[in-house]
Design a protein around this ligand. Structure first.
Ligand SMILES: [Zn+2]
Length: 303
């Protein structure tokens, strides 16, 4: 760049000194503005976008690679979404246990990559003999993801390094508050039996000492067949379960019909944070909403 500035400016040295200085200043300003632009952060799924948004608060908004309504177990990439990943400077994804279709694209891009399931400190659970991919539902894991992301960003974007450090500290304090709040509100529910349509809650269950729920769909979120629903109805009755947590993307009418006649509250819980806008406190909101969905689901039968 210095060479370019000299080659542009030097030959004109005597005639247009004023003009020359203006051009040099403009070039320097352009260079400066390019160097301070925040890096483009692209995130694979919505809950990770909510964690990333806490880290980049006040600097940039992380982009979501695929549509927020997509089931992360069955992702498919449009050409524009593939390009967004290819143009990223930093990619955050859960890892090959969840976003299988992204493995090839991510192994082939120049960006820095943060793979949540491989980070030091992440506590992985297992499901049907494989890694349970719903790792964002443990707030300890969210802390490790935020810290790793901030470390990469501090190197990529030195101008904002202090802000990333500050943001992670704020995030950590938010999670301290949420953890304490949920420990208190979920403690009375620890002995209650419950059920889930999709086996996504193991991290949340483990962290808060809840009973393992009875599960309707399999871990890859394939819809239940009629036979498994019949079996589930028998189990719900046998185990005295009156709460079923579902996800907003599921077909409630079908579930209502299949479970009609059984005394069960069917409550929707937004495990992916589909309806939550990315913001500094969005991930904490996701956890709070899950806890209140569970309280609502179990509490209705309590009185
Ligand atoms: Zn899932």
């Amino acid at each position: 760049m210095i060479y370019l500035v000299f080659s542009l400016c030097w030959p004109l040295s005597t005639l247009c000194r004023l003009w020359q200085c203006a051009v040099c200043a403009l070039i320097v300003m352009l260079c400066a503005s390019v160097s301070v632009a925040a890096p483009v952060v692209v995130v694979s799924i919505k809950p990770l976008q909510l964690i990333a948004a806490a880290v980049t608060d006040g600097i940039s908004t992380p982009e979501l690679a695929v549509g927020a309504g997509q089931d992360p177990h069955h992702l498919s990439l449009r050409p524009s979404e593939r390009r967004a990943l290819q143009n990223a400077e930093l990619v955050l994804w859960a890892g090959p246990a969840l976003e299988v279709p992204l493995v090839d694209v991510i192994s082939d891009i120049d960006a820095r990559v943060v793979t949540a399931q491989l980070l030091p400190g992440i506590q992985l659970g297992s499901i049907e003999g494989a890694i349970d991919p719903h790792l964002w539902l443990d707030s300890h894991n969210a802390r490790h993801i935020a810290t790793a992301l901030a470390t990469e960003l501090q190197q990529l974007d030195t101008a904002n390094a202090d802000r990333y450090v500050f943001n992670v500290q704020v995030f950590s304090l938010q999670l301290d508050a949420v953890d304490a709040e949920l420990a208190l509100s979920l403690q009375p529910l620890q002995t209650q039996p419950w059920s889930v349509s999709h086996d996504a809650f193991r991290y949340f269950t483990r962290q808060h000492g809840l009973q393992a729920p009875l599960t309707l769909a399999d871990s890859s979120n394939n819809a239940p067949g009629v036979r498994s629903v019949v079996a589930l109805r028998a189990q719900l009755a046998a185990q005295d379960i009156h709460c079923l947590l579902t996800e907003p993307t599921e077909n409630h009418q079908q579930l209502d019909a299949l479970l009609s006649g059984s005394e069960i509250s069917i409550v929707s819980a937004d495990v992916l944070g589909v309806a939550i806008a990315p913001a500094a406190d969005a991930y904490a909101l996701l956890l709070r909403q899950l806890a209140s969905a569970l309280q609502h689901c179990m509490g209705e039968r309590d009185e």
